[in-house]
Design a binder for this molecule. Structure first.
Ligand SMILES: Cc1cc2nc3c(=O)[nH]c(=O)nc-3n(C[C@H](O)[C@H](O)[C@H](O)COP(=O)(O)OP(=O)(O)OC[C@H]3O[C@@H](n4cnc5c(N)ncnc54)[C@H](O)[C@@H]3O)c2cc1C
Length: 416
């Protein structure tokens, strides 16, 4: 007979979305169960970059100090953009409204441990090494989850399940909410390097024809380590291997080649799926809410997903606590969650898939870079948009687009 226990809600997955939900609920005096298939600390494939959105939410949760003062955290103040193998602009990364630094690099192994610990300190229960395999239903209602913990079957009774179990979410699949639309997703891969030819304390973004639609990054970390990765739109990968493209990129891309000549790769590259906001559909069902990657909430232009994972985790926690007070876990009650997420993310992300799916995206990137070379204010805006400090709605404004497109065609005309 499998072990049984009761909780007001069970949260599946202890990434930023799951821990933010658990923390929010626990701070309201509820005692959620946070089920995680690994034992912490665990590695998570990521660029490890915390942008404006992530840091703003960590502030709201009173966790910014804990994260920024961690020995593995590195504040990064400058960004450089490289295209056609040239650094085309360098500028400061916008800081948060209170003047604190707007970008921090911290390995996910450490960040996720800090977040899960904060949830436990607040009163959540953390069940590690617990793989959830099934949502349990009775008469159409969610009544809990089943899974395996330490090799033994386990059942948790609960009227509400928050699926924060990442890009391959079992909760989304079981609830019939899983989606995979390759044109809205990226596949991304990264590795850690040490001993580059010179210490780097700025981040670099690379927009090159060979990886468009997509981009590559170099994010410096504490201890003279760099996280270097690439992300490419999934449908454009076709039959090519991401690992092979990555190996080629780090070995023969001139802006990196010399700098990596004597560098050591600390472990083999690892990659996975990034589910973009463009494919996000219904993210609630009877007794079920999805948060973070499970709900496909990643910024489609830059692949930033920690911020929206935290944001949706907090929102899921808020709505879940209201559902407990109302004793109502029905689909019609939980619908407000989707409205809240759309209200918070639509203004910034709605237009992004348009650009991501535009076949001429490399021309758009080239046009923006051309303008940025000559116009420092514009360059600063581009960095602000990549970091999440400036809304992507700005890109869709005609007043923003027209001079960019005009400048691009004039330049092409002159070069003929
Ligand atoms: C190469 C790469 C680089 C990236 N770089 C950045 C970046 O620099 N900045 C940024 O903001 N975003 C980045 N992202 C995106 C970011 O990693 C994700 O958007 C973010 O991790 C989503 O958080 P989450 O909590 O929703 O899911 P996850 O972080 O994936 O956490 C899900 C958790 O659920 C657990 N789990 C899964 N299935 C089960 C199960 N059945 N039972 C129990 N537990 C389960 C997993 O073990 C995991 O701990 C990157 C992604 C990739 C692939």
């Amino acid at each position: 007979m499998p072990g049984k226990s009761d909780y007001p809600m069970v949260i599946v997955g202890a990434g930023p979305a799951g821990s933010a939900a658990a923390l929010t609920l626990a701070r309201k005096g509820l005692r959620p169960l946070l089920a995680e298939r690994f034992t912490f600390p665990r590695e998570k494939v990521c660029g490890d970059g915390l942008t404006f959105r992530s840091l703003s939410i960590l502030k709201e949760l009173n966790l910014y100090e804990r994260v920024s003062s961690h020995p593995s955290a590195l504040p990064v103040k400058e960004a450089r953009v490289v295209t056609a193998e040239k650094t085309v602009f360098a500028g400061p990364i916008p800081s948060l409204p209170d003047g604190t630094v707007g970008f921090i690099s911290i390995p996910r192994r450490e960040l996720d441990l800090i977040l899960a610990r904060a949830a436990v300190e607040a009163g959540a229960e953390f069940a590690e090494n617990f793989t959830v395999t099934e949502i349990l239903k009775e008469n159409g209602k969610t009544v809990g989850v089943a899974g395996i913990q330490d090799g033994r079957e386990k059942i948790i009774r609960s009227n509400l399940v928050i699926g924060a179990d990442g890009a391959h979410s079992i909760v989304a699949r079981q609830a019939g909410l899983y989606r995979l639309k390759p044109r809205f997703c990226e596949v991304a891969i990264r590795a850690y390097f040490t001993d580059l030819d010179e210490p780097v304390n700025w981040l670099e973004l690379y927009y090159e024809r060979r990886i468009i639609p997509g981009f590559a990054w170099l994010f410096p970390q504490a201890g003279n380590i760099c996280n270097i990765g690439i992300g490419i739109r999934m449908d454009r990968l076709k039959n090519r291997s991401l690992k092979t493209i990555y190996q080629g990129f780090i070995s023969d891309y001139p802006p990196l080649k010399k700098r990596l000549k004597k560098a050591k790769m600390l472990a083999p590259p690892r990659g996975t799926l990034i589910p973009g906001y463009g494919q996000s559909g219904k993210i609630f069902a009877n007794g079920v809410l999805l948060a973070g990657d499970a709900a496909s909430l990643v910024d489609p232009l830059v692949g930033e997903g920690v911020g929206s994972a935290l944001l949706s985790g907090v929102a899921a926690g808020e709505i879940a606590s209201r559902a407990v007070s109302a004793g109502d876990f029905s689909e019609s009650f939980l619908r407000q969650y989707q409205k809240e997420i759309r209200r918070r993310l639509d203004p910034d992300f709605r237009f992004a898939p348009l650009f991501q799916n535009w076949p001429q995206i490399h021309k758009a990137a080239a046009a923006m870079v051309l303008r940025a070379e000559k116009d420092p204010d514009f360059a600063q805006k581009m960095i602000g948009m990549a970091s999440g400090a400036i809304s992507k709605r700005e890109i869709a404004r005609w007043s923003f687009l027209a001079p960019t497109v005009w400048g691009y065609w004039m330049e092409k005309f002159k070069r003929r």
